[in-house]
Every structure is written in C-alpha cells, then in structure tokens.
Design a protein around this ligand. Sequence first.
Ligand code: GLA
Length: 691
Amino acid sequence: MHTNNTAAMDYITARLGSEGSPMLAFGGDYNPEQWPEETWDEDVRLMREAGVNLVSVGIFSWALLEPSEGVYEFGWLDRVLDLLHANGIRVDLANATASPPPWFSHKYPQSLPVTADGVRHSYGSRQAFAASSPEYRRAAAALTEQIAGRYRDHPAVVMWHVHNEYGCHNQPDYSDGAAAGFRTWLERRYGTLDGLNSAWGTAFWSQRYSAWEEILPPRTSGTWVNPTQQLDFARYSSDELLECYKAEAAIIRSHSPHPVTTNFMGFNMGLHQPVDYWRWAEHMDVVSNDHYLIAEDPRNYQDLAATADLTRGWAQGKPWLLMEHSTSAVNWQPRNIAKAPGEMLRNAMQHVARGADGTLFFQWRASRAGAEKFHSGMLPHAGTDTKVWREVVQLGQALRNLAELSGSVVTGASGGVDVAILHDTDARWGSELDSHPSVDASNIAETRRWHDAFYRAGTTTDFRQSTDDLAGYRLVVAPMQYLLTDEGVKNLDAYVRSGGHLVVTYFSGIADENDHIRPGSYPGAFSELLGVHMEEFFPLRSGEELELSRFGGGSFWSELGRPTTAEVLAEVVRGPVAGSPVVTRNAAGDGRAYYVATSLASVGMAELLGVLCGDAGVEPLFRDLPEGLEVGRRSKDGTDWTFFINHGSADVQLAVSGLELISGRETGGALALGAGAVAVVRSNGSSSATS
Ligand code: GLA
C-alpha cells in the first residue's frame, strides 16, 4: 500500500508520458459499453488528437461484466483495454461495484436501502444497495476479485478506481440491517448502555435505553430526534461505507501494486457531505475528487477554489487528482447553464494551481441515452466542430506544457502556506443539526466567507482539522467550529500559547464531541483563551444588520457579553446588543486569540484580515489584486510556477518575469492578461501585480 500520496501520484504521472517522463493526467470517464464497437476506433483516434492520457473505465459496467450471478463476461472489456493500450492511453480501472444490476436487486431485495420514513428504495437508477447488506458485500467482493485478478498485469492499467462517489444516492440508510450495524458500532464506541445513555443525554425527554435492541437509527419521529443519536448515526454510516471501500481496496491490493482511490464528492462545499473525508483519506493511495460548478452562482469559481483547497487538505498537502469535472453544462441542476468560452480552461487551471496533478472529466463522449444525456462530455453530441472540442484540445495542450510541475506542492508568499482554516467534519455535521439558535448560522457559508476573504487578498490557505499539528501556520481560523473534541480544544490552546494566532468565530467551541454544551461563558471551550465573557446569543432577525464601531456591519448573529482580559477591536454600535464586544484580541502565552462574534460582510472582513495578517506576519502572494484575478503558486526544487487566472471582465497588466508556459513566451517583465485568460509563469517568485 502506498502510504504517501506524493509517491502514489508520481507513480501515475510517470506512467502517462510516452517516454516515461511525467505528464499531468488528462482524460475522463470512458463508457464504451454505451456505444457500438465501431465507435471505439474513432474514440481512441480523437483521444489521441486531444492528448488524452488517462481514462476511467468500467465504473458502471457491473450488469455487462456479470450478466447473471457468478457468470462473468470480460470479452468486451479485454478488447477495450487492449485498444487503449495499443494507442498509448492509460487506464484507471474501476471495480464496477457502484451500480448493482437488476438481477442482483431483484434476487436480494433486502439489500436495498431504506429512507428515514421507512420507504425502501427501488432499483432502476444507481447505487441501489445498503452498505450493511451482506449480500451486496459478498457480490461486490466477488466482482472485485474477478476484475483485479484478470487485469492485474494488463499494461494499460495504472491505477484502480473503487466504486464511485460513495454515499451519493444511498446515504444514510435506515434499514434493519443498518439498525443492527449501528448497535454493533455503538457497543464498540461506548462499551455499556450507561456509557451510551450518558453520551446521548437520554435523561432528557425520557429517552433512557434499557437494552441494546431498543436502539434504532434516527428514523422519522414526531419531532426532533436525539441530536447525539443523529450525530453518531452519521459517524456510523460513514464508517459502514468505509468498510465497503476497505474490503474492496484490500482485494485489489492483494493483486496489484497500482495506487487505489475512490472519487470523493467534495464538489460544491455547500452540499451536504455524507461521509467523513478526513477519515477516508487515510485509506486512499491518491486522493481524488469530483467538482461541479453550481452554474448560477456568480462566484462559483471561488467555491471551486475552496473545494480544491479542501481536497488538498484531505491529501495532507500532497498532489491529488481531479477525477471529474464538466466541460460545460451538467444535467442535474434546475437550469444547466453551459460554460462560457474559456471557462473550462480557467476551471481546470484553478484545480492544478491548487494542487491537482491532472484534470479528468465526466465523461469522454456525451451519452445518447439515459438520465445524463444532457450532460456535457469532452466529445459533444455535435462532434468536433464545436467550442467544447476545440477547448478540450486546447486544454490537453496546456496540460502538456505544464508537465514539468507534476509533483510540486502548493506554496504561499513565504515559501510555505501560512494560513489554515479549520473544517472538522464533526463540527460541520454538528452545526447542521436541528434546534439551533438560528437557521442563518451556517458552518459552510461562514467557512466560505473566510476562504473568500483570503482568496480576494491573494493569500494561500490550507484546510486542516482542529487536532492536526498546526505549528507551521502563522494564522489559524476556526469558522463556526461548533463541536470540538477535548483534544482539539487542547491543541488549539497550545497552538496559541506557543506563539500562534487563532481566530475563533461565533458558534465555535460550543459543544463537546457528544454535542453537550461546554459549560461556562460562551464559547465554553475558549472563553478564557479569548478573554471574553459572553452570556447570551442574540441571533438577528432575517435581513437585520448590526452596525459596528469598526469592520463595517454584521449579519445573522450577535452576542451579549463583555471582555475580561481581551482588547476590544470593535463593539456593536446599533443592534440588539449595543455596547457588547464583537471583535476582540487577547494575548495568551506567546500568541494571540481573536474572537469574531458576528458574520462580517466582505469589506469589513478585508479590513479585519489586514489586522490579523499584520499581527501574524502573513503576506499575500500579490497585493492589491484586480477584481476577479485569482493567483496561486506551486513549487518544487527551488522553482516556482505562479498561476494567474483572470475571472474578471477587464484586461490586466502584470509586472511578472519568467517564462509563460501555456504560450511558451518569456514575459519580458510584463504579462498582459486579457479578460478571461490564464497564464502560468515559471520563475523564482517575488513578482507583483498591477492593474
Ligand atoms: C458524478 C458521478 C458521475 C456523473 C456526474 C454528473 O460526479 O460520479 O457518474 O453522474 O456526477 O455530473
């Protein structure tokens, strides 16, 4: 097993070039079974024309590979893999377990997942299985054994793709099988019923359990189901699916040394994430992610940037792989807006700038039939005389020009990344539970606001967990980290006292890992570290704004309280808690801890960032970035590659020296970047941008 993502990603990129020289991965899901075999020759010819070097094959092929139980037919897949190999195209081979065939679900109806309301899913779409189902696990293991055994030495295969987007359509499952699995998981976690009753706070509402058999998943009930039961069920459900992945990955690893991955659904940070990717990432050789723009979000490229940074966090800062994005429109949003000219290249370069060693798409050839027939592909319905195809060819060329940066890591102005944003899964899940002070307080939205502020300032940020070693960061932000373990709280306290700068926002450190309130002044975990005594939440009415003495206005949230040892940087001037501190700074040990008790708008946030970065000694990659200009940097062996991605509508002039790799031209000290354009400059850094 590859324990190091750099090595595993290098293993793949080294196999993508024709002479063994590393290449960034470029290609997509290839579903040849949807097309007559005569089409395949045209597919590989066009793949070569576009410079495709890696395709994912077999993801949804179970019904064809095992047409009836225990009967396998691999002839067509043999021919596809041989054809790809003959054309120098490498394969990320799936074990095809993502969509059990109708014969399976028909024969084993008990394997189908059940909703919280007790409705059993039917088959007829995909992912129609319960993770706890022994029948599913047995069949998936048998199929994996067949595929890994048969193709272990196939020369086209360079990596393995287990399943597809775990938990996308079948999570959580509330079936009786899940109930049994949940009980086993709980017994392991708590040991005794007393332990469980105490952790779940079952003295409330007469919920005390007197036997394990009484415990159920948090199925639909009259009103709010016990919050700790909900949280534990989310944890259990993630772990149960992870067991499926681990079992299939272990079979593959027993056959083959190629890296193993499953594609995460970090796509769009705002969507609910049903599995804990921090825990899952430990079991990946290469972290891979799928990202789709929310087409109608005018700053969807900023969501892309945040998600790519988060994916790099899961990969512990090492190179990762963009397994899927789209060349243009998707099919699953209310209005599936097509990408504007140049948008796909900008998106792809954003991922590379943020650590991806390749960008793949869903999918190679747009389907003629099925639910996704209106989803764009690399090869559109309208063929090669199209904007999409020309841009695919252009992107393939651009990635070839950037091959030298494979294996490099993302860096900031100081040569490392100086800022970390915390994003614990439990904190996110905990904050998303019901019966909280305000529906407007959103962990994801607040996290996005902070990421956006650094993004606009041109400052590179990592994502980390509260329990990680944070010593290398000058500034750490904890946006709405509602629920934290004791270990996380201690870690953050020690980080500050040994010289770090920690920003804690409202509704952080409120609950412990069982979702019990941490007692004392709010925020219970940090009131002493922050030097504040906050006593009551005053969430704002819909549309209400706070007026502050500095940093503009505040939304959604305010708190009644006073400083104890903290210096007040801003107080509420108008609003329900006039006179209460809203932004504070407290010296603690060798470091400083800041509290932000409301949600700041972007202008005030930028002003606050100036204070925070000044205190912590954090520099941006570039100062005074023109609106819409995204910058990023990767570095390796003393060389820097700086990305300039112009999402704006104005041309910009940049004082930058070095070789621009996409055009192959020296900048001669001045880079003209047109509206919508992208440049990647190899240099030794120390450039500045002017509009
Ligand atoms: C996901 C899936 C793909 C496809 C795309 C469509 O990422 O993995 O199979 O359904 O969505 O956007």
